[in-house]
Ligand binder design. Sequence first.
Ligand SMILES: Cc1cc2nc3c(=O)[nH]c(=O)nc-3n(C[C@H](O)[C@H](O)[C@H](O)COP(=O)(O)OP(=O)(O)OC[C@H]3O[C@@H](n4cnc5c(N)ncnc54)[C@H](O)[C@@H]3O)c2cc1C
Length: 395
Amino acid sequence: MAKIAILERKCIGCGLCAGNCPFGAIDMKDGKPELNAACKVCGICVKSCPEKAILKLETKVDSVDKTKWNDILVFAEVSGGQLHPVCLELIGKARELAKNVNYQVKAVLVGSGVSAFAEELCHYGVSEIAVYDDPALSYFRADAYAACVEDYIKYAHPSVVLVGATSLGRSLAPRLSTRFHTGLTADCTKLELRENTDLVQIRPAFGGNIMAQIITTNTRPQFATVRYKVMNAPARGEEATGEILTRKIPKGVGDSKASCVSVEPIPPKKSISDAEILVVGGRGLQKETDLDMIKELAQLLGGDWATTRPLVEKGWNTNDRQIGLSGRTVRPRLIITCGVSGAIQFTACMNGSDHIVAINTDPNAPIFDVAHIAIVGDLYEIVPALIQQLKEAQA
Ligand SMILES: Cc1cc2nc3c(=O)[nH]c(=O)nc-3n(C[C@H](O)[C@H](O)[C@H](O)COP(=O)(O)OP(=O)(O)OC[C@H]3O[C@@H](n4cnc5c(N)ncnc54)[C@H](O)[C@@H]3O)c2cc1C
């Protein structure tokens, strides 16, 4: 960590530092320079000061003893009486990462009546499953759940904690990282583990224009959330391995400040994230009713339909059918994009699909960089022709 210090007794108030600062981070007040919040500690002011009145000070940051924090912990979410499939995907990724540094993969289950899921997790190569099972944990209350996971983290000292980027996970993970005064990266699309056990958390940043690599260098554990369908779930093993550890509920969990007044189950809704086949319409569609052919093609293929964000912004579709950074991540067996350019904010959330077919009039459209089959042509000719052929084949 570094900071800039201005030595008042040496400063002659020439203003060269303020003039040279590329971030406008120095204000001249009563003939003296003062730093404002825009300072990036670039050090240009240090070099521009003729009186050597500005210093860049390096402050030593205490670093945790990383050897005391080992293994990878996955928060195994149970919601609606089911183990959320994202937790198996996280276990799959954790196992891959763990190999490089000889770590083990552990899981933590929190809830009421969740013990049975621990046995199921034993089939996925987890070495230890900690279970906090109590009627007081029937419904998700962030403080109570966080207290349980915090208790296990304090006991097990995991180096990395992976949480699904679900509604529950997005509420839980920041609470936990704050309790440990450590870093959390949300919605990672890629994870790597360095030999020194630093987790490289990769995710799009600045509107998707760059893929940022974020590391938590001085603290442990390292928290990351990952959306459903971003990683691969491992196959279920025949043999059950791993030890189930029934943990005592931490004191005070029953006195959570949040209470559950009533529970209204949301009727199960089909999600585009679960579709095996998807047909996607983009801004190449000229009017709202043209979406009908996208829906028809999807229906003939036995799949579902979705769109890019501009069509949601036009009000032609709802956000739950939008693919992309601000929509859903999908990973179907087949995806057919029609009139989609292939912006990074879109492709980052569908490029894991098994077969990508792209229809676009522009041969240089970026979507062709991720497509397995590129069809350069007019969607208004190709989509109706596909529909026709499928109808004939079905007849
Ligand atoms: C922070 C942030 C988050 C974002 N999140 C998302 C997100 O979640 N999802 C998302 O989709 N976008 C998102 N965007 C927007 C994204 O950057 C793109 O603007 C968007 O994906 C473009 O959508 P599109 O491909 O439908 O439209 P366009 O980029 O306009 O592409 C239309 C394509 O259709 C082709 N075309 C035109 N006519 C025809 C035809 N007759 N036949 C065949 N092809 C034709 C054109 O050649 C063109 O390539 C986000 C942007 C930001 C900054």
